[in-house]
Design a protein around this ligand. Sequence first.
Ligand code: CTP
Length: 404
Amino acid sequence: MLNGRRVLLIVGGGIAAYKTPELVRQIRKAGGHVRVILTKAGAEFVTPLTLASLTGEKVHDALFSLTDEIEMGHIELSRAADLVVVAPATADLMAKAANGLANDLASTTLLATDKPVLMAPAMNVRMWQHAATQRNLATLRADGINFIGPDEGEMACGEYGPGRMAEPAAIVAAIEAHFARQNAPKPLAGKHVLITAGPTHEPIDPVRYIANRSSGKQGYALAEAARDAGARVTLVSGPVTLAPPQGACTIRVETAREMNEAVEQALPADLAIFAAAVADWRVADESREKRKKDGNAIPPLQLTENPDILARVSRHASKRPRLVVGFAAETEKVLEHAKAKFARKGCDLLVANDVSPASGVMGGDRNRVHLVSPDGVESLPEMSKNEVATALIARFAEVLARRG
Ligand code: CTP
């Protein structure tokens, strides 16, 4: 429930603007208060009268309006909200916001606001996929702007793909999740949490490498959950296609040795979580040039062991984090292997999961984990990777608090 939270809704000029009256209705139904800025292009798709009737408020549309400035200037408008929502966020609005342009009320407000911003993009699929829009998206994300959607599906223009604005119910859920996060207890406030995530790539030669199927999703979800719990987060990530979590310091690495080095640099930490699927071996005789077929024997790959980052940090002489958590990715005898790994690695807790192809965990969005501790094994129900992350971070925070 939104309990009187004030949402400033900026309506851009796209066909999806026809969904904004429903969005306003649902925000109000959830207990929120809505004020609307309607762009000139937005007014082509939805009338100020409709939005004014549904919000019970004057709709703002002009930057240079004397009455508006007297009643509520654009700076005040941008600050008097708890959250700014841009829906639909058109390619034009995203481009303006990414570049700090301020030539109308909507873009000026986005530049002047000191409040969190949530954008719900909507545009033609080619416009969404265009390098310029993707560049602007990356810039806006790095600036701390949150996004919901776009959804994939058939578009008003007849094309198919990502570009549809998220449904009003999903936008309201994202607004509620935003406020829930803001209100959530911060059990890791003042703590530094170090997390490894994703696979590592071990080069064979300049064009080939050994890899694994880890997507990094669980590790990234843990980074977000730790951040939401108030921690300062350092995420050391192998090569993945995920966007870096906002508010975390993300260090990208490629190989196990680079990950090991980055982890060492990031210490000290209060809590270290090793969720990465680190390659156990690398190629001993990495070739400087591309290996060529010589028409004779198939060349053997000589492997050598990588540093075990988890085991090393668990036994760190001077900078051992107070709580060290390992992961165990197993394809059979999950608990048996996990318990043996727990004993071997020297960590305080171990999260075991089944990554056999039938489980769909590698690359998927859901996970079922078992928490191995000196007290025994606690099995959590199957949940989304985000829910697993929230549950695990809550438990880690409890253990950390008990350790003083
Ligand atoms: N790990 C690590 N460095 C390595 C290998 C593993 O930090 N070189 C960490 C992983 O991040 C994970 C835990 O150790 O937290 C267990 O990883 P996993 O691959 O399941 O186990 P291994 O130690 O590789 O054992 P095995 O291959 O025998 O299953």
